[in-house]
Design a protein around this ligand. Structure first.
Ligand code: DC
Length: 507
């Protein structure tokens, strides 16, 4: 169950979200605290807040986590719960949270923190961007004066939830009101993810309601969503009912609800079943598997570098892009060289990638074992393999990349007829992420017909610019899926042709 509570500063989100988390046994996620933590880190390091680059580079290095039921915030392990609520941080946080790259990093972390699926998250863009598939969405509002009074009381040590009063004077309240108005304006008018209610959010005005009254209303919404979830047949992701606007814009709903129910238990050191490897993040794999993978990756990296002297064009920009953020990578497929070198190149940068492989490989016991341990996810190409799609979606939401070969099999000659598999586009759409095109040349000649031992030939790879659904600007779920498939594969072949021009004779 995901409960999204959005609304302007001081509308009572934190108090209500914390109370709901306790009442419903959900994880509490305070996303505002994360933007505040980045702001604090920037201020402590004397960063120029006017420079997006400086702020982003600090945001990338911030390790933000929560303890005590989500009520304490740790920045690089230090408890900063009090330090992030000062007037200085208040004054700067809107600027920091308006930077789209900072938002992208925070959203990826928020999805990871909520990966157990049972969460009440509060913020500004939870119902619209972070969890558009949330079962319950609330947009909490209150008169500005009421909000300013609550904030001022809180600052003076009062607490509305417990009835403890603070000593607030009128001037202080006026200053808080001015700051709230300024932040409302900035948060609602910024370009990326402005504060707006999701179309399907329920608006609750808390001006004259007590905390308990607001919680009772949200409780009713949760009960209604649970009842609906139980009575609703599971819908296929590409199913759309007549006139159902929500299913047009919220494709992740069903998959996420199922996933929430099936939140996997942590892996054990030994005796895991094979499915455990597909359902967990690679960093959660048991230590023996991780150790073997790291040793094997280091050896393969070194040997493949010597044997094929491979290189990726635009490697640095790509690595910057996928740090802490899962992207779908699509590529042309000519041999086993390109998945191997892509995985080890990314491994060398500390980035985990899940390669989607055809279930045919599972008929061999050794490849079955190896592919599951190196992060592969099997896909049955003959069907709309929803299980594989959901596994990929969850990997992306955890911040892992997914590597996929839409041609489905190795293409030995350009004349071969190819059937494209567009599942990658759906994976990206469900996980609300982008697609990065890549291409390879030179690998086809490594094991031509009649050769079983790979020849020591140079292999060239190139990485294109990430493609987001927003940039495609296509309305409607199915149309944007098709547009993504077309654009991504077009870019892959364009990159490949450019590589061929640069390295004549390489296939
Ligand atoms: O909820 P709060 O006051 O702690 O949030 C601090 C700031 O962070 C606020 O000015 C808006 C921003 N914020 C955001 O942009 N998106 C969120 N999901 C949460 C907060």
């Amino acid at each position: 169950m995901i409960v999204a509570i959005d609304g302007p500063a001081g509308s009572g989100k934190s108090t209500v979200a914390k109370a709901m988390a306790t009442r419903e046994h959900l994880t509490y996620l305070d996303t505002g605290a994360m933007y505040r933590s980045v702001t604090l880190a920037c201020m402590r390091r004397g960063c120029d807040l006017a420079s997006d680059d400086e702020v982003v580079s600090i945001a990338k290095r911030c390790d933000i986590s929560f303890t005590d039921g989500g009520t304490k915030v740790l920045l690089d392990g230090e408890d900063v719960s009090a330090d992030i609520r000062t007037a200085e941080v208040d004054a700067c946080v809107s600027r920091v949270s308006s930077i789209s790259e900072v938002r992208r990093l925070m959203v990826a972390t928020q999805r990871r923190l909520a990966s157990n699926g049972d969460v009440v998250a509060e913020g500004r863009d939870i119902g619209t961007v972070v969890f558009p598939e949330a079962e319950v969405k609330v947009f909490l509002v209150a008169d500005p004066e009421a909000r300013a009074h609550r904030r001022a009381v809180q600052r003076d040590g009062g607490d509305e939830a417990t009835g403890k009063a603070g000593n607030v004077d009128a001037a202080e309240e006026k200053a808080v009101l001015d700051d709230l108005r300024r932040r409302d304006e900035l948060d609602s008018t910024r370009k990326t993810s402005p504060l707006v209610a999701a179309d399907d959010a329920v608006r609750i005005d808390s001006t004259s309601l007590s905390v308990d009254q607001v919680c009772d209303r949200i409780h009713d919404l949760i009960e209604a969503a649970r009842a609906k979830g139980e009575s609703e047949p599971e819908t296929k992701p590409d199913h759309k009912e007549e006139g159902d606007v929500r299913s047009e814009t919220k494709p992740a709903k069903v998959a996420s609800r199922r996933d929430a129910k099936a939140a996997p238990k942590p892996m054990r050191a030994f005796h895991n079943v094979r499915d455990d490897y597909f359902d967990h993040g690679m960093r959660e794999f048991p230590w023996p598997s991780r150790a073997i993978f790291n040793i094997a990756a280091a050896i393969v990296w070194a040997l493949s570098k010597i044997w094929w002297r491979w290189s990726f064009e635009n490697e640095d920009e790509f690595i910057e892009h996928v740090k802490g953020h899962g992207s779908v990578i699509v590529m042309n497929h000519v041999s086993m060289v390109e998945p191997v070198v892509t995985v080890v190149m990314m491994w060398a940068h500390g980035i985990r990638v899940r390669a989607i492989y055809k279930t045919e490989f599972d008929s061999n016991a050794l490849t079955r074992w190896v592919f599951s341990r190196v992060g592969g996810i099997p896909v049955d190409r003959g069907s709309a393999d929803l299980k594989a799609i959901r596994r990929a979606q969850r990997a992306l939401e955890r911040g892992e990349c997914v590597l996929i070969y839409p041609e489905g099999t190795r293409i030995k000659s350009d004349d071969e007829e190819v059937e494209m598999h567009g599942g990658f586009s759906l994976m990206a759409q469900l996980a609300r992420t982008d697609v990065v095109p890549m291409a390879v040349v030179g690998a086809r000649d490594v094991t031509p017909k009649g050769h079983h031992f790979p020849r020591p030939l140079r292999v060239f790879l190139s990485i294109g610019r990430p493609i987001s659904f927003e940039q495609l600007g296509v309305k409607g779920r199915k149309a944007s899926l098709a547009a993504m498939e077309e654009k991504a594969m077009h870019d892959v072949f364009e990159l490949r042709d450019a590589l061929r021009r640069e390295h004549p004779g390489k296939e």
